[in-house]
Design a protein around this ligand. Structure first.
Ligand SMILES: O=P(O)(O)O[C@@H]1C[C@H](O)[C@@H](CO)O1
Ligand SMILES: Nc1nc2[nH]cnc2c(=O)[nH]1
Length: 306
């Protein structure tokens, strides 16, 4: 039996369903049925209701913090914090640099919900489950989604510590879920322009580019980086695309921001290999700049859109 997804998406209608491919009941439950439970309307509603009863207001902006970037939550006031393992049906954070809290409160005058750490498919969770909190944050009322991440620099001109607006992505991860949602305009062009203005006003240099989303957890081979470069990738990571795909499906206006924490290897005689410890170190070093950008962007959203 397929599971209807009721959502107020600009792209989909209440008739959006997951196809019910035939399956043999002797073999057991169809994988789609298992996946469906992670994001059925009723489950998202149950989680949202659990949280709604405990928070002060409906959040307007949802933020997902990438590796080492969760310090943003320190800027939130009037905080209510939920460790992921206390929220029904939430998975646990298992990656260093992802603290695993869902935080509600005020950021620069706007009520926000902030994921202090995200879920990655390489942690053993399905992409649908990793992206499930995006649906919860939408159901709680958020209209805009800001996604941050650490990523490796592929573009020769981009350097360690650069911040990059994600203007589009290459999706190399697999996905199960509602079929054929359009994602051609997933990254909001107006938000890209706004963020560039914010960066100029506050003296931050900002790159712009295409994020390649791979499954991980290994970093890339030299052949892979060379191929991604030919395909137009400017940066590479192991997240973002599942959240943005689901975010676009449920009608979020989305801004993506990557911190380039390492230069990807493209030569066989290069000695240095990427390490997660290095990724975290650079993230933490540049976290303040990322936080200021987001803080000021949220302030502009308040003036212009809320
Ligand atoms: O959650 P993000 O995308 O910021 O984390 C990146 C990708 C991997 O999880 C990890 C690799 O160092 O950092
Ligand atoms: N896949 C991938 N993810 C990253 N996250 C931070 N740096 C990298 C990288 O070089 N490759």
């Amino acid at each position: 039996m397929s599971t209807p997804i009721k959502d107020d998406s600009r792209h989909s209608t209440s008739s959006s369903t997951i196809s019910s491919a035939p399956f043999n009941s002797i073999v057991g439950e169809h994988p789609n049925a298992v996946t469906n439970r992670f994001f059925s309307y009723e489950r998202i509603e149950e989680i949202s209701n659990y949280l709604r009863k405990k928070i002060a207001a409906a959040p307007e902006v949802a933020i997902i913090c990438g590796s080492g970037l969760g310090g943003l939550a320190e800027l939130i006031t009037d905080k209510i914090s939920f460790p992921y393992n206390e929220i029904p049906y939430f998975p646990s954070s298992t990656v260093p640099g992802h603290r695993g809290n869902l935080i509600f409160g005020i950021l620069n005058g706007i009520y926000v919900v902030c994921m202090q750490g995200r879920f990655h498919p390489y942690e053993g969770y399905t992409t649908a489950l990793c992206a499930m909190p995006v649906r919860v944050m939408k159901m709680l009322g958020a209209h805009s989604l800001i996604v941050t991440c650490a990523a490796g620099a592929i573009n020769k001109d981009y350097n360690i510590g650069d911040m990059m607006i994600i203007k589009d992505h290459l999706n190399f991860s697999n996905f199960a879920g509602p079929r054929f949602p359009p994602v051609g305009h997933a990254y909001d062009r107006e938000y890209v322009t706004l963020m560039k203005q914010v960066a100029i006003k506050h003296g931050h240099e900002l790159r712009e580019g295409i994020y390649s989303g791979l499954g991980g957890p290994c970093y890339e081979t030299i052949a892979e980086i060379r191929a991604l470069r030919i395909l137009g990738g400017d940066a590479v990571g192991m997240s973002v695309v599942h959240e943005v795909t689901v975010g676009a499906h449920c009608g979020f206006r989305i801004l993506g921001l990557a911190l380039l924490t390492n230069k990807c290897l493209t030569e066989y005689n290069a000695a240095h290999e990427s390490l997660h410890e290095e990724v975290i170190r650079i993230s933490e070093l540049k976290a303040n700049d990322m936080q200021q950008l987001i803080l000021n962007f949220v302030g502009v959203l308040k003036e212009n859109y809320v």
